[in-house]
Structure formats: structure tokens, C-alpha cells
Design a protein. Structure first.
Length: 119
């Protein structure tokens, strides 16, 4: 059974950068799309970005387009989310998930990593 573990979260000032990692264990995610989602306090979880299985296609929420970049390394069984020019509204728990290339159809979820952007 595939497990996903996020890392790389932390506290950063507005305008700074972080790179999140989503590492898979117990199996490969190479044939899955992998997405990133986030949940701010008191809000519903929202889609952030996704990448298809061979990295040919990516999709981003309008709120992060141009600032965030999703990528994957099949050899490392890991997906990354490079986050630049961070804003206070990017604060939340970030989750990665494996599933079908879409903004909602994901079956395997990680436990999340906290990102806090101070203004």
C-alpha cells in the first residue's frame, strides 16, 4: 500500500520561498497523477496544483499560477511544490495526494505539512 509523506513546510516571511516534498513509500506513484491541496484555518481544503504521471501536463489554481511550480522525480518517487513569492494567504496545511489527473479525484493522501507565511 502506497503511503505519502509531505515535508518542507515551515515559517517564512512574505515574499520568501519554500519547497515542499511528497515522498511515496510502500509502492510507486509513477503511474498516478499527484496533486497538492491546502487547507487554511476555518476554510475548506482547496486545490493548489497537479501533475500528470509523465509530467507532461500540469494545472494550477489561479491563486498560485506564476508563483508555484510542481514537478516530479520518478527515480526518487517524489513530487515537489516550489513556492515562491509567498503571501500570508498561502498559510495552511499542505497535503499531497495521488490519483487521477484532475482537481478532485484523489484516493491516496498524505498527513500534511504546515506552511505559515508571516506578513
Amino acid at each position: 500500500q502506497v503511503h505519502l509523506v509531505e515535508s518542507g513546510g515551515g515559517l517564512v516571511q512574505a515574499g520568501g520561498s519554500l519547497r515542499l516534498s511528497c515522498a511515496a513509500s510502500g509502492g510507486t506513484v509513477s503511474m498516478y497523477a499527484v496533486g497538492w491541496f491546502r487547507q487554511a484555518p476555518g476554510k475548506e481544503r482547496e486545490f493548489v496544483a497537479t501533475i500528470n504521471w509523465n509530467a507532461v501536463s500540469t494545472d494550477y489554481a489561479d491563486t498560485v499560477k506564476g508563483r508555484f511550480t510542481i514537478s516530479r522525480d520518478h527515480a526518487k518517487n517524489t513530487v515537489y511544490l516550489q513556492m515562491n513569492t509567498l503571501k500570508a494567504e498561502d498559510t495552511g496545511v499542505y497535503y499531497c495526494a495521488a490519483g487521477r489527473y484532475s482537481r478532485w479525484d484523489y484516493a491516496i493522501w498524505g498527513q500534511g505539512t504546515q506552511v505559515t507565511v508571516s506578513s
